[in-house]
Design a protein around this ligand. Structure first.
Ligand SMILES: CC(C)(COP(=O)(O)OP(=O)(O)OC[C@H]1O[C@@H](n2cnc3c(N)ncnc32)[C@H](O)[C@@H]1OP(=O)(O)O)[C@@H](O)C(=O)NCCC(=O)NCCS
Length: 190
């Protein structure tokens, strides 16, 4: 069953995020991710859907209707809440401060566009149509928000590129992000 993220799902969602996604949020660690998803429940621009079966989260997806300033907004609005996991992470990994600052150069953070931020299906549940269902939930949510197009990015090395093409997204552009080729897809609501 596809439904919106609830606070009680966060432990499972974070585990999935950490295990299956290699992006910068994963690098910030589990305590940060837990707080990030908790805080996201109060950010109207952001939404997360989960596929749940008997209390098990099999996959989830997050989208945002406006990318500009999203992370700054999340972090600075909740600085007292997020500062402890962030500082603990940077004390253990001081060189990551520079990388994290470079992440803010991600093009969508200066543009104001709707974006599918994450889409993950548990490894043993992949290729059973869950990714498509979750993608559809995001697409419908954007439609409700009167947004006819949205974007999604994927590192070139990821098999997910094949999924996005299969599902009907079109390559809009590619760019170099933190030393790796990243593809940016444009997707339309049905
Ligand atoms: C990408 C991902 C979400 C797809 O989820 P999924 O549940 O396995 O996908 P589905 O079973 O719904 O597949 C839908 C269609 O896409 C196709 N597809 C799935 N993965 C594909 C791939 N890597 N390459 C090409 N086509 C793919 C399926 O064959 C299916 O086609 P069909 O409808 O004609 O049968 C999943 O593989 C995943 O979680 N990957 C790891 C996390 C990740 O990289 N996420 C993207 C970050 S940008």
């Amino acid at each position: 069953m596809i439904r919106k993220l609830q606070i009680t799902d966060i432990t499972q969602v974070v585990k999935l995020h950490k295990n299956e996604l290699s992006g910068f949020l994963s690098e910030l660690g589990i305590p940060f991710l837990k707080k990030f998803y908790k805080v996201s429940l109060d950010i109207p621009e952001m939404f997360t859907y989960v596929e749940e079966n008997n209390g098990h989260i099999l996959g989830f997806t997050s989208g945002v209707s406006r990318t500009k300033g999203l992370y700054k907004k999340i972090i600075f609005k909740n600085i007292f809440y997020l500062i402890v996991p962030l500082l603990s992470y940077f004390i253990v990994h001081p060189l990551k401060v520079i990388k994290t600052l470079k992440i803010l150069s991600y093009p969508a953070f200066s543009e104001d566009i709707p974006e599918l931020l994450t889409l993950v299906v548990k490894k043993e549940e992949q290729n059973r149509g869950i990714g498509r269902k979750l993608f559809q939930a995001v697409s419908e949510e954007f439609e409700k928000r009167k947004l006819r197009e949205f974007y999604v990015s994927a590192y070139e090395r990821l098999p997910a590129n094949g999924f996005y093409r299969k599902i009907g997204c079109r390559l809009d552009r590619s760019f170099n992000f933190l030393g790796e080729k990243m593809n940016y897809y444009k997707c339309r609501n049905n």
